[in-house]
Design a protein around this ligand. Structure first.
Ligand code: NZQ
Ligand code: ZN
Length: 397
């Protein structure tokens, strides 16, 4: 096997009713002041926020509720919340929500630990993150995998770049994640579908890589693909099906916990290609589209553009994931791409930019997207096949 260095310190408390364990879990940290970060109205409406507040208060903990995180969360909101959390004297940050809320909470935790530094210094990686408050999560949507990941993604609406990007650091690791599938029963079907697409993509981005050799890594990825392909459509059809929603929820974490990216070539970790995420983040930055939907919209165009870099890999994907019985690698690869498009459609997700934006896509749109994604032609992306500004434009087109 190739070498790797794996770290994943998040305690995962999984199953129906586990939300009630929040008090016991937080007790361990011996904190008296907790900043609870949440999004729009969903956690209030479902009564979840009341439950969380009640459990914390019964532990003798003071709580400040910091709400209003939007999907495609903003740097300005994280800054505003950081100021309030500093004033309050927060010692712990608890995220109640999905990826947008958790990522904002991660920045708040970093910001509160370094109150004299603007958080954009960390966002633009001009300063290295060297401390953070402890963070915990009560997860309400299976999608981003932020509950166990080391990254946090925001859109810069502070300095005018309008770039959506992430920072990666072990300080972004949650101390615990409560994963109670019943909390996801109130999700709109579109959000379940977008979450399913994102989960698929967290495995895909690591599977289509130029660093190969760890068979167990591949077997785990192929198992994840098969599981999310099986249970994703069931969850979208029946959002209160415990079996489906719990499988989707666990797939969400395992897809982004790093296990499917193990292995390194020299000092370069396999980690993944992440082109579709980079292409998708530019779409979200310019059009405020839902993250998972941007990924399904771009995947087939990306796959057809890059497949010749390693057609055997795409053929193996089709054989192992969809059971495609086709001896010719190219034909087999194409079948795997078609099957994946059908899968995205089965969870109600767009499979091209036209469907995502619900209108014709012009050359000007694609230029703007490629400019945003290439940071004004100053970077290329991807490793399975490296993509320049022109490649990005062609994939969007
Ligand atoms: O704001 P509220 O009212 O809570 O509504 C949310 C939001 O509108 C709603 N929702 C969440 N749980 C619900 C619910 N509605 C009803 N019932 C519930 N139980 O769902 C909507 C989407 O929420 P959001 O948090 O944006 O979803 P998701 O978890 O998909 O997160 C997406 C964000 O995560 C980033 C994405 O870029 C995007 O900004 N990512 C973060 C990653 C990471 N930190 O590791 C990796 C990912 O690749 C991704 O980039
Ligand atoms: Zn993602």
């Amino acid at each position: 096997m190739l070498k790797f260095n794996y770290y994943s310190p998040t305690r995962i408390v999984f199953g129906a009713g586990t939300v009630n364990e929040i008090g016991t879990l937080i007790r361990e940290f011996k904190v008296k002041k907790v900043a609870v970060v949440f999004g729009g109205n969903s956690a209030k409406k479902s009564g979840l926020l009341d439950i969380v507040e009640d459990r914390l208060k019964s532990e003798g903990i003071d709580v400040i509720l910091l709400g209003g995180v939007v999907p495609n969360p903003l740097l300005s909101k994280a800054k505003e919340m950081t100021k309030e959390a500093v004033k309050f004297g927060a010692e712990f940050v608890l995220a109640v929500g999905g990826g947008s809320v958790i990522d904002t909470a991660k920045f708040v935790a970093i910001g509160v630990a370094s109150p004299d530094t603007d958080i954009e210094e960390f966002f633009f990686q001009r300063k290295k993150v060297e401390k953070s408050l402890p963070i915990g999560t009560v997860l309400t949507i299976a999608a981003a995998g932020s509950e166990t990941s080391d990254s946090a993604v925001l859109t810069d609406d502070v300095t005018g770049t309008h770039i959506k990007k992430g920072i990666t650091t072990d300080y972004n690791r949650c101390k615990f994640a409560i994963m109670d599938p019943e909390l996801t029963y109130t999700l709109p079907k579109y959000q379940i579908g977008a979450g399913v697409a994102d989960i698929f993509m967290h495995t895909s981005e690591r599977y289509f890589t130029d660093i190969l050799g760890n068979h167990l890594t591949d077997e785990m990825a192929e198992g994840l693909f098969r599981d999310i392909i099986k249970f994703g459509p069931i969850g979208v059809k029946s959002p209160t099906d415990y079996e489906a929603m719990s499988e989707i929820m666990w797939c969400g974490s395992v897809s982004h916990i790093g296990l499917t990216g193990l292995g390194a070539k020299g000092d370069t970790p396999r980690d993944g290609d992440w082109s579709c995420h980079q292409l998708g983040m530019a779409i979200s930055a310019l059009f405020d589209s839902t993250h998972g939907a941007t990924l399904s919209a771009i995947w087939a165009s990306w796959a057809n553009y890059v497949k010749d870099a390693n057609i055997q890999r795409f053929a193996e994907f089709a054989r192992k994931v969809y059971g495609t019985d086709e001896a010719d690698d190219e034909k087999c690869a194409n079948k795997g791409i078609e099957k994946t498009v059908e899968f995205f459609e089965s969870v109600g997700m767009p499979v091209n930019l036209h469907d995502l934006l619900n209108r014709d896509v012009s050359e000007k749109d694609c230029e703007e997207l490629a400019i945003n994604c290439s940071y004004k032609k100053s970077r290329s992306i991807g490793s399975f096949k490296s993509l320049s500004y022109d490649d990005m434009y062609n994939i969007y087109m």
